[in-house]
Design a binder for this molecule. Sequence first.
Ligand SMILES: *Cc1c(COP(=O)(O)O)cnc(C)c1O
Length: 463
Amino acid sequence: MHYVSTRGAAPRLDFEQVTLAGLAADGGLYVPESWPSFSRDEIAALAGLSYVETAVRVMRPFVGDALGEDDLRALCTQAYGRFAHLAVTPLAQLDERHWLLELFHGPTLAFKDVALQLLGLLFERFLSSRDTHLTVIGATSGDTGSAAIDALAGRAKVDIFMLHPHGRVSDVQRRQMTTVRAPNVHNIAVEGTFDDAQALVKAMFADAGFAGRFSLSAVNSINWARLMAQIVYYFYAAVRLGAPERPVAFAVPTGNFGDVFAGYVAAKMGLPIAKLIVATNVNDILHRALSAGDYSAGTVTPTATPSMDIQVSSNFERLLFDLDPEAVPDQMAAFARDKAMRLTERQRAGAASLFSSARIDADEMALAMRWACDGSGQILDPHTAVGLAAARAAQLPQDVPIVTLATAHPAKFRDAVERATGVRPSLPSRVGALFEREEKFDVLPAELNPVMTYIAERATPRA
Ligand SMILES: *Cc1c(COP(=O)(O)O)cnc(C)c1O
């Protein structure tokens, strides 16, 4: 299996290279050259398999020759052994047709653990045989940072520099990042929004001088291996609800379009998905893009769902490329220039056949939280509630089960949950004494030079 850039002007890479590379040299994102496909029988054969075994079967074609099947199984066993539930990503039932897919049983209580626990091990594995020291630079609105730091803290040959928007992540999220005391972990609070932080990361990757001095890598969902790991739970859940005989719909609380793009890949591989419902909060660039073809960035409005407070959705480029590749370089150039561009007719028609979308405001989010609490005793985090509100508004045949991806544990967003439901969820014991540990981070302006200098002073240059 080889990987190509969405902008068409970067080298073709294998799985090991694409895992270590992150963003492509031409500014694009790596995607597989072609989609592996599973027959109905192969999908039916996933019934009853453990999460690890499902993961091995689903990911094997993407890994190619980079890892043997036994090695892949050993890494998955180690990564998912750290989850606090034997089913790793269990389903919970809300009513006769609505289900939750609980993706938050990992060490940092957010779905990002599913991919990042594996990515940390892949990094270590691939670096062990190379004379390379990796400098991971990422931007986070909260959950990516804590999951990435947990996955990489103390690992050999990797430094991680994590940028978060100063004062815009929850206390729990910030402490999960800033209380990790490992010499290879560096937290930077940027005086700006998540989009500012993400733009800084992209600018550093694009700076030839800087990128030439260090072996840079990404842990944001621009990293292909992360998306790959997320394809697994679409198969795992759908098979338990009747696939391949019965199609299943998924509602996905969406920010950077990574999680829902993994669902798109599952559909391309043959999983019968009736609909992918893209749920946004009032920062609705994806809802406007999917419903009206208008991909234009506004200003970010802070909400109770910070992981979705973005106006630039990096992974959307992967979908646009899959639907109409020739159009992408010009569209991305237009977006870089004007902060706006339009989808082509082919892209709109292609997206409409699988996706629907909804923009969920604060009242609708709170209503969904109360509906789940009153109807089934389930306490949802705000992101999950945005997804559920979109799921309940979707127009689908009554016999199609709708699975809402539960992307965070409610205790990560205790204040918002308490406001909506009156219940204050307690932190699971596995996150430890977060509020007693000392924090460490540095505050920097949202400007390229100070951030680049800070990192250059602390990172290990290329050999
Ligand atoms: C990251 C995150 C999202 C958004 O996922 P994307 O892959 O960026 O679309 C939604 N909810 C939570 C809790 C998250 O951490």
